[in-house]
Design a protein around this ligand. Structure first.
Ligand SMILES: [Zn+2]
Length: 124
């Protein structure tokens, strides 16, 4: 907003450096600022990366037969401060599920195909 000092005209926005009515030079534009400072938004802090000891502890817990599986499920569900541990638990559970399926398929295949693979020596 700028007023002409000579004639008092409110200069329209985007007008030049001179008053459109009297031709007098206009004062420099005054920027209105709010009294409140701009709000500052802080980025959430990234959690610290997992240390080697924490990886080791996670892998040790993976090896515990029943309790480890329960703890891994809890971690995989996101109940841990460390997102890396959550991802590691999920990856471990997926790998374990796949290997269990493959092992069960192999056992089933071996069980059904065993009589065909091994000749019976009953008649000999
Ligand atoms: Zn003027």
């Amino acid at each position: 907003m700028r007023f002409c000092r000579e004639c008092g005209l409110l200069a329209p926005l985007g007008s030049d450096q001179v008053c459109p009515r009297c031709g007098a030079p206009l004062p420099p534009p005054v920027r209105l600022r709010s009294r409140r400072p701009e709000p500052r938004y802080l980025e959430p802090e990234d959690p610290p990366p997992m240390t080697t000891g924490q990886y080791f502890l996670t892998l040790v817990v993976c090896g515990i037969p029943v309790v480890g599986l329960i703890v891994l499920c809890v971690w995989a569900a996101g109940h841990t401060i460390l997102p890396e541990r959550c991802r590691l638990a999920r990856a471990y559970l997926i790998r374990r599920l796949l290997t269990d399926i493959v092992l069960l398929l192999l056992l089933w295949l071996l069980r059904t195909a065993w009589p065909l693979l091994v000749p019976t020596w009953y008649y000999w």
